[in-house]
Each structure stands twice: as C-alpha cells, then as structure tokens.
Design a binder for this molecule. Sequence first.
Ligand code: MN
Length: 390
Amino acid sequence: MIQRIAVLGSTGSVGRNTLEVIKAFPHKFCVVGLTTNSRIDILYQQIRDFQPALIAVKDEVAARRLEQRLNLKKYKYKLFVGKEGLKEIVKDKRIDKILLAISGADALLPLLSAIENKKDIALANKEALVMAGRIIIEKAKRNKVKILPVDSEASAIWQCLEGQDKKKLKNIYLTASGGPFRRMQRSQLKDISINRVLKHPRWKMGKKISVDSATLMNKGFEVLEIMSLFNVSLDKIKVVIHPEAIIHSMVEFIDGSILAQLSVTDMRLPIQYALSYPRRLPSKLPAIDFFRLKALHFEKPNLKHFPCLELAYQAGLKMGTMPAVLNAANDISVNAFLEKKLDFVSIPVVIEKVLSRHKNITNPDLENILSADSWARDEAKELIARLDSR
Ligand code: MN
C-alpha cells in the first residue's frame, strides 16, 4: 500500500531531502501535503512536481503570491494559512504519516495537534522535544502515535535499540562532528564571521542549525532530545566528538556490548528509514569505503570552548521549564548573531544569564512552557540590546 505523506516545512533542507526520497519510491510514498513559511518559489516548484491536495503557507500575503502562480494550473487543492492552517492540515484523513521538518519552536503546536489527530510522525525537529519532551512523549503514548526520529543521531540510537531490552541499556554515546571550530581556541572564536559559521565540514544545513552546530548547542539539544525520546537519564548520555561523522551514535548494554550505526553522512538515509519503518528500502547513496577511510577518531568535547553544551547539561539536570528557556534564549541569540548584533562568543553569555534569572517550574504544563518561552525571549532581547548599546 502506498503511504501518504504530509511534509510540514518542505522547503528547508530536510524537507527538500524528504521529497527526493519520496520521488525515488513512487510506488511506496506519495505527497498529500506541503507547507512553507514564505519560500514561495521553492514551494511552487514542489507543488508542480507533487500536486499535493493540502498546502499551507505563513500568511495571506504568501498565500496570494502563491495563488497568482497556481492559477495557471488546474488541479484540486486546499490552501491553508498560518498556525491555524497547520492545525487544520494535520487533521486530514488522507494523511498516513507526517514528516515534521518545521524548524525551531514553531513546530511544537503542529506536532501536538498531529499527535491528537493520531498521525504517526517522522520527527526532524528537535526544539519541540527540548521544550516539551515529556508532554509530547506522554501524549504520543496516550494516542498510540509513533514518533519516528529523523535526526541522524536519534535515528542511530533508535536503530541500535530496536529489539533490545531497554532496561539493559548502560550508556548512550552521542557522537558529534564537533562543528567547524573544533580545533579553535576561545580567543580565536571572538571575531568569527557568519560565513565561517555557516560552513559546516560534514553536513549541509539551514542557517539556524549551522550556528547551533558551531556552538555545539545542537549537540546539547540532542542530549535533551534523546532523554525524552528514549526515556534515559542525563548521566547515561556521553557526548563523543567524532570528526568523520561516520558513526551516528552508539549504545552500550550492561554486558559491555556496544552497538553502533554507521553510514555515509547524508540525511536522506535517516529520512528514508523513518518513512519506510519497520521495513528497509534500497538506496543509491555511496557505500562507506573502509579501506579509504582507514581510521575513525574520537575526542572529548571541550566544554570551556563550547559552553553551550555545558548549559544544555545544566538545563537537563534541572528540567522543568529550563530546557524551554535554554531553547528560547538560544533562538534569540542566534538570530542576533545572524543579524550581526551579537558576537559568536556572546551567544552562550546571553543564554547563561537568562537561565540564571529564570524561576524554574517543575512538571510544567504546556501553558507554563509557552510562558517560559516568551519570558526568555523578552529577557534575551533586552540583554542583547543592552550589550549592543555599550
Ligand atoms: Mn543531529
């Protein structure tokens, strides 16, 4: 049977890779929904290629821009707008699985609605899990919804744990390529330019996640993501720098056995597995050539040079609303960096200040999380404005 997929956030890097996977298996998958914020040109091309029944864009302006072009075409579609539009789309009975590739905190509410509507989710977004992991996982359990990880490290851990007794898990080795500044001293990081940050040695990604990879906040988020997805405590998750990015993560059991998942560095692989699960499909990606590779390397992450990872650990120890505050303060700081209003090395400084001022709420409900999120955004903006005016 053909699986009908809605790709939320289809014009980003993961979204576009997803459509390539779907295109490669026309008898397995088809596209029923595509959404973007405002990258109308890319969305238009995708609509021509896949003719989805459901479309959503950010606002009326974007909708009008799209419709002007779609007038040329004669096929039936429904066009939705804004956050409400995403909520409507995930209800549609024609959807078998949702690939959620919306970036940042915006993914949280559509994710929760998708779960309420009992749709299985291939989840590429990690910020939602960082903010509200417990709520998401509990809701998914109640609704018997599968959350299928797309993030390469989470996918690796998921594959290694498949069929295993999770009670016998001893450690998770979460691998990190180390980002573009692995070997740099903190003093060298001070005047780092945006272009340097956006050039990741292993992965081609969007701007936000490229900055997060350079600060190692991305790895910090993954620590929190993995705590929620696999219900493991923080002390069992060890971050290992592995520059080749061939091992995507490993799990260790109580008998000392370690399972690892290895592959070429290409997002199409974890995307394909999340779509085809529990089956495996062939792929045209190049194989790993061990004889050319010769060696794999491992290092300890330097928390002094990359304080964002340490901040994520601290948030993971406290939990409650701390991870949501971490995410929100990071979001604002990364934006300020991209707008040249904040130095690269000041990103963790702002986040640390915001975290230290937050009154943590343990066992938060969604409302607590959303208000912590907006509080942290305001607080971070204020701090950055003050730093900027000096
Ligand atoms: Mn990852």
